[in-house]
Design a protein around this ligand. Structure first.
Ligand code: VG1
Ligand code: CO
Length: 543
């Protein structure tokens, strides 16, 4: 084996977004593209010589090739050991767990998460640090800076490593350790939850449907739910990962997981439904005849977490991303614990979790997690729900109704305008920045603006600042609109409009969400001129 030094040039646009670098797969496959970004990551962390890394991805198209390239580059640059999931597969939370458990110096995760996969769809890559969490902005800024000055990279001249076989193989001077992707993760779940109680639930005839959406959680869910917990065979559907996720969007929401919604609203619906995304860090929760919004799920999980062994001592605090509904804040208030509001993206929770300031975190985009790893964790959320259901023996519907009666209901919806011209999206946001100072006191569709700003975050742990994280428009009475541009898309810009109405009165907790939010939607249009700027009559996706 020889080490090759390959001359290269900076490639434009290798800027990590909300969650790593995401591009069309074909872009990632162009010569030097993957290699350049990998080199930039290695350089940004001070090289990989003598280090231990975790490596794996969600199995989407090009995962298998990319893993081999990264292994050869790590070997060429003196890494001591790379621990890879069998077949190059690791879910995002499982990778986070392995980094922590094995005391690794970090990990590379190959995924574009909920974005579709395939040669004509999306691919992605992100780096997680020693705590198991996504690299903070200070590191992603360094990575981006390195992509703009690269002149060469090094790679070992060698054939592919056989990743099908568990065990250790040598690549140059580096050890490649191939591990089962599920084992360590499944063990961790067993430590957190009351598996006996959940097993009894299933023995008692409780029925569930878990839709893995042809993505990475299939093997994890099958092993844990059907294997360890004794759920009947067939509980997990679409459980075999495929490189293009069966041609669908592996995005667990009522639009892309419509089959699950249909099953849960049918006459013979099971008791509980759930789904996860491409890389296994998101979750969707559906009861019989009722969809649980991720924001409500976060609040309910926080309020009931003490029913699971790992959280029996109580929570230190709760964090949510800024656009996530404020339902969780009310739970924190009642529990007398800290509540934090962070910018979108899991990387902003890392410091709070490391410092022990929060135990549970969540995002409106179907992400929930805790201090057990440093990523959101789809199956974790499902298991916490199951643990709660096993202890409360109540339908999901009843748990939600009781929660709303106690805390009030935060009606919530997100409208996405996808692939709109970037200049128009930027202009819309810029205009809101410009007028936000004048909004307070004005009335739109009967709603009085109380405050408006472009959210800026000051990290209370390390003092780092992140500005321009989205426009917040708060109305009197606890309702609000948030507007921001997505940082995970690969085509034009995606405008996200987050709509929230707080309703304390229990006699008004069973409205249709669209009806409950109608005044907020109208006010958002009047303030932000969405139709005019986007040229669209309505959102592409409503969740
Ligand atoms: C979206 C979500 C955000 C989430 C991110 C990564 O980002 O809104 O909450 O953390 O995806 O999730 P954006 O910038 O497009 O709004 V995943 O499961 O795609 O890694
Ligand atoms: Co994901």
């Amino acid at each position: 084996t020889r080490i090759l030094t390959v001359p290269t040039q900076p490639i434009e646009g290798q800027k990590p977004g909300t969650s790593g670098l995401r591009k069309k797969t074909k872009i990632f496959m162009t010569p030097h593209y993957l290699e350049n970004f990998t080199q930039a990551v290695f350089d940004a962390i001070g090289g990989v010589a003598g280090k231990v890394l975790i490596l794996g991805g969600d199995g989407r198209y090009f995962n298998d090739r990319a893993v081999q390239v990264i292994l050869r580059m790590a070997a060429a640059q003196g890494a001591m050991r790379v621990i890879v999931g069998q077949g190059g597969i690791l879910s995002t939370p499982a990778a986070s767990n392995l980094i922590r458990k094995r005391g690794a110096d970090g990990g590379v995760i190959l995924s574009a998460s909920h974005n579709p996969g395939g040669i004509d769809e999306d691919f992605g890559m992100k780096f997680n640090g020693t705590n198991g969490g996504p690299a903070p902005e200070s590191v992603t800024d360094k990575i981006f800076a390195r992509t703009q000055e690269l002149t060469e990279y090094t790679i070992l001249e060698a054939g592919d490593v056989n990743l099908a076989q568990l065990g250790e193989v040598v690549l140059g001077d580096m050890t490649v350790e191939i591990v089962d992707p599920v084992t360590d993760y499944a063990q961790l779940m067993g430590e957190l939850f009351d598996f006996d109680a959940i097993r009894n639930l299933f023995t008692g005839g409780f029925r569930m449907r878990f839709d893995a959406m042809h993505a990475v959680t299939g093997p994890y869910a099958t092993a844990i739910l059907e294997g360890t917990l004794g759920a009947p065979a067939g509980t997990v559907v679409n459980g075999t990962p495929s490189p293009d996720f069966g041609g669908g969007h592996p995005d667990p929401n009522p639009v892309w997981a419509k089959d699950l919604m249909d099953a849960m609203f049918a006459d013979d619906a099971p008791d509980f439904g759930a789904a996860s995304d491409g890389d296994g860090d998101r979750n969707m929760i559906v009861g019989r005849g009722i969809y649980v919004t991720p924001s409500d799920s976060l609040a309910v999980l926080a309020a009931n977490a003490h029913l699971a062994p790992a959280y029996a001592k109580g929570l230190s605090g709760i964090a949510r991303s800024m656009p996530t509904s404020r339902a969780a804040d009310r739970v924190a208030e009642k529990l007398g614990i800290e509540a934090h509001e962070t910018p979108t993206g899991w990387k902003f929770f890392g410091n709070l979790l490391d410092a022990g300031r929060v135990t549970i975190c969540g995002e409106e985009s179907a992400g929930t997690g805790s201090d057990h790893v440093r990523e959101k964790d789809g199956l974790w959320a499902v298991l916490l729900w199951l643990n709660i259901l096993a202890r409360r023996i109540e339908p999901v519907q009843q748990i939600l109704t009781a929660h709303w009666a106690e805390y009030g209901r935060n009606y919530y919806s997100r409208h996405d305008y996808e692939a709109i011209p970037t200049e128009r999206a930027n202009a819309l946001i810029q205009r809101l920045r410009d007028i936000s100072g004048d909004l307070p006191g004005q009335t739109f569709h009967g709603l009085v603006v109380e405050s408006a700003d472009d959210f800026a975050y000051l990290d209370p742990v390390d003092g780092s600042q992140s500005a321009r994280q989205g426009i917040r428009i708060n109305f009197a009475g606890g309702s609000r609109v948030v507007l921001r541009l997505s940082g995970t898309g690969t085509e034009g810009a995606t405008l996200r409009v987050y709509l929230e109405r707080y309703e304390p009165d229990a006699s008004r907790h069973d409205l249709l969400v669209e009806e409950a939010l109608a005044p907020i939607i109208a006010a958002a249009e009047e303030i932000a001129l969405i139709r005019e700027f986007t040229g669209r009559q309505g959102p592409d996706v409503t969740t």
